[in-house]
Design a protein around this ligand. Structure first.
Ligand code: CP
Ligand code: NVA
Length: 300
């Protein structure tokens, strides 16, 4: 049995096959998981991820159970390892959106059902799958820039790029750093895959000649108290028409959403690229379907 906690444990071939299956399911929906059940545990808010998972399992012929962490005994102190054995013993898949990545690891250790990371502080791997499908649809290959914070989206893109052999340039403010163990993992992988990794504090340098520009909120869920400080730290990091003008002609802008106009992206640029961005959001549905099918096959 396999879990999906980060892209680290997946090969290039597996990731590409998953995205291809998602594209096939988008064209030709199939009921491949009839009567299967998915528990969805949320410690944080969600619009897209909840929709994508609930609709994916439903359209595949199964059923989802939405479980707010606040309503579970978990929030009254029941240990994760007991919750995992109860929930993982009753359903076919469990997805969790958690504050701390360690919670996912602990859950996966005790769950009899495959566990999926639906966002943690460290990674957001299902978002990357959706982004990859979007890149494929808009015929973009592997030259990407990430401009934003050094957390879940940035880490996941770095891991994905290092496995897939992409050229990735990441622009972070001064004093923002990628966790050493994640950077190390990516650099090791890059030796095998041929990926090219560049880190900079200059958004123009990162974006120059790229075919895909990716950004994310400066204030992630749970960081609301740091809002003022982070806005100061990210001054000048907005992706606007001027920043995008140094990218390759016809470059696309990806944003996992929600988007905060006037901060990480300008209203004008966001609306110019909104067709791609909302297809990116919709693509989560198809990649989640492919992921659930993949994890089901891996049980055998
Ligand atoms: N991109 C994303 O994961 O959106 P939600 O937080 O709305 O699920
Ligand atoms: N970095 C953002 C991603 C939201 C999908 C957050 O963690 O809130």
């Amino acid at each position: 049995m396999r879990h999906f906690l980060s892209l680290k444990d997946f090969s290039k071939e597996e990731i590409l096959a998953l995205v291809s299956h998602a594209a096939a399911l988008k064209k030709n929906p199939q009921k491949l998981l009839v009567d299967k059940t998915l528990a969805m545990i949320f410690e944080k808010n969600s619009t897209r991820t909840r929709m994508a998972f609930e609709l994916a399992i439903t359209q595949l012929g199964g059923k989802a159970l939405f479980l707010s962490a606040n309503d579970l005994q978990l929030s009254r102190g029941e240990p994760i390892k007991d919750t995992a054995r109860v929930i993982g013993g009753m359903v076919d898949f469990v997805m969790l959106r958690v504050n701390r990545h360690e919670s996912l690891e602990e859950f996966a250790k005790y769950s009899k059902a495959p566990v999926i990371n639906a966002l943690s502080d460290l990674y957001h791997p299902t978002q990357i799958l959706g982004d990859l499908l979007t890149m494929q649809e808009f015929q973009k290959e592997g030259k990407i820039a990430f401009v934003g914070d050094s957390n879940n989206m940035c880490h996941s893109w770095l891991i994905a790029a290092s496995i897939l052999g992409f050229e990735i340039s990441i622009a972070l403010p001064k004093n923002y750093h990628i966790r050493p163990e994640i950077l190390e993992f990516a650099k090791e992988n890059a030796k095998k895959s041929g990926a090219k990794i560049t880190l900079t504090n200059d958004k123009f340098e990162a974006i120059k000649d790229k075919e895909v520009v990716i950004t994310d909120t400066w204030i992630s869920m749970g960081e609301e108290e740091q809002k003022e400080q982070k806005i100061k730290d990210f001054e000048g990091f907005i992706i606007d028409k001027e920043a995008m003008s140094v990218a390759k002609k016809d470059a696309i802008l990806l944003h996992c959403l929600p988007a905060y106009r006037g901060y990480e992206v300008s209203e004008e640029l966001f609306e110019l690229h909104s067709e791609v961005i909302f297809e990116e959001a919709r693509n989560r549905l198809f990649v989640v379907k492919a992921l659930l099918c993949f994890l089901e096959r891996e049980k055998r």
